[in-house]
Design a protein around this ligand. Structure first.
Ligand code: UGA
Ligand code: MN
Length: 384
């Protein structure tokens, strides 16, 4: 019995082994069929598409990324069909676009369904002072800007400053005949309440050595304020200055005109009202007095909307170096009306920085055949 069992168990073992191999092949095929296909098709994972860190397994078909609810799958299939995958080649970018579109549709729907009941969780970090107060006077921040290599970096910096400021309305006025799509998308992306306008410097000033920079832009913004605002504060914030977010809360409750020091102005490094020991503005300190009644920098004052509305023709003159003085003189104010801010003008919350100007880039290298169809092709659009 024992001797006859030995060959049989060998056969049995062999049979088991072969069955096991067949089993392995079937299971593997099944797995490839169920999940492997995704991995075969896509060289990128859903996490890569969403700029999320890898899930660790490095496997794009990770179960955690996969939806199991069949109702949800049907809904997504419907959305994909509605957006349409036909026509163009199904690239990683296209998959990302389709995913973004679906996310957008879902977000729109969720906002419609739940938006009314949601409370305002404004992520504005500038609520450092007031929390989520909604009844603050609005600061109408007027920024003239013009196309140059530093334009987008300068505006990016300013936009990110303004993300920290509650109740601000950013009036961006381009010295250009057309509105730049890059700026429009920057404004949209940050979600800061804004108005995007254009106003060109008149031709007759363009050739002069000293140009009235940003004057047409600011005057267009003043027109907009006159037609659209009843209260609040106007502040002229050039696109290249550096602003401490505390500045905005200094100017917020300006009655007529408020003023404060500006750093990095002229050879004396500073422009400021002179404030006496009673906290009254008695004079001005500036490296270039030039016989001005108000020798101050554009970044050194704010005006109440009400005061602008009271006067009929408050505009900025096209006189280089005298824009501020001309504008303030039109407001008909006396030194006693000026509110000194920034702790009686003892602190500097804004600097007249100037971004080093760069020569416009030579685009021919990036346009070369060698880079066709690569990221350099896309980046071309951003080169100024
Ligand atoms: C200084 C003042 O701070 C400006 O308010 C004033 O308009 C200018 O001098 C002047 O009198 O010429 P500065 O730093 O020398 O400013 O000038 P920029 O920063 O080059 O220009 C002021 C603003 O106007 C900026 O926001 C800029 O983007 C804009 N600008 C400049 C235009 O819209 N078009 C231009 O052709 C030049
Ligand atoms: Mn400047």
């Amino acid at each position: 019995m024992i001797s006859s069992r030995a060959p049989l168990s060998k056969w049995t073992a062999g049979l088991f082994f072969v069955s096991f191999l067949i089993y392995l092949v079937i299971v593997n095929r099944l797995e490839v069929g169920q999940f492997g296909r995704v991995a075969d098709l896509a060289s990128f994972s859903s996490r890569m598409l969403m700029n999320l860190p890898s899930s660790g397994s490095g496997d794009s078909s990770n179960l955690h990324d996969t939806i199991s609810n069949s109702g949800v799958i049907t809904a997504i299939d419907n959305m994909v069909n509605q957006i349409g995958v036909a026509g163009s080649e199904l690239t990683e970018t296209r998959v990302k676009d389709i995913s973004n579109e679906i996310a957008k549709q879902i977000a729109d729907y969720v906002v419609q369904r739940l938006g009314k009941t949601a409370t305002n969780s404004n992520p504005c970090f500038g609520c450092w002072k007031y929390g989520n107060a909604t009844d603050l006077p609005v600061i109408y921040l007027v920024t003239p800007t013009y196309r140059r290599p530093e334009q987008i970096p300068d505006l990016t910096r300013l936009a990110q400053t303004l993300l920290n400021v509650p109740a601000v309305h950013w009036i961006v006025v381009e010295d250009s005949s057309t509105l730049s799509p890059a700026i429009a998308s920057l404004l949209k992306r940050y979600g800061i309440p804004h108005t995007h306008l254009k106003a060109q410097m008149p031709d007759k000033y363009k050739k002069s050595k000293f140009k009235p920079r940003g004057v047409a832009n600011r005057n267009a913004a003043l027109d907009w304020v006159r037609s659209n605002c009843k209260s609040g504060v106007v502040y002229f914030a050039d696109d290249d200055n550096t602003y401490d977010i505390r500045l905005f809360e200094e100017m917020r409750f300006t009655k007529k005109v408020s003023m404060w020091p500006v750093g990095l102005v002229t050879k004396v490094g500073l422009s400021s009202p002179v404030v006496n020991d009673k906290g009254v503005v008695v004079d001005f300190f500036d490296g270039w007095m030039a016989n001005r009644k108000f020798p101050v920098d554009m970044a050194g004052f704010a005006v109440s909307v009400q005061l602008i509305l009271e006067k009929s023709d408050v505009y900025m003159p096209y006189v280089p170096g005298h824009e501020e003085d001309g504008f303030l003189k039109k407001l008909d104010i006396s030194p006693a009306d000026i509110e000194p801010k920034a702790n009686r003008c003892t602190q500097i919350f804004v600097w007249h920085t100037q971004t080093k100007s760069n020569t416009p880039a030579n685009r021919t290298t990036a346009a070369g055949k060698r880079y066709k169809g690569t990221n350099i092709d896309t980046l071309q659009e951003w080169i100024v």
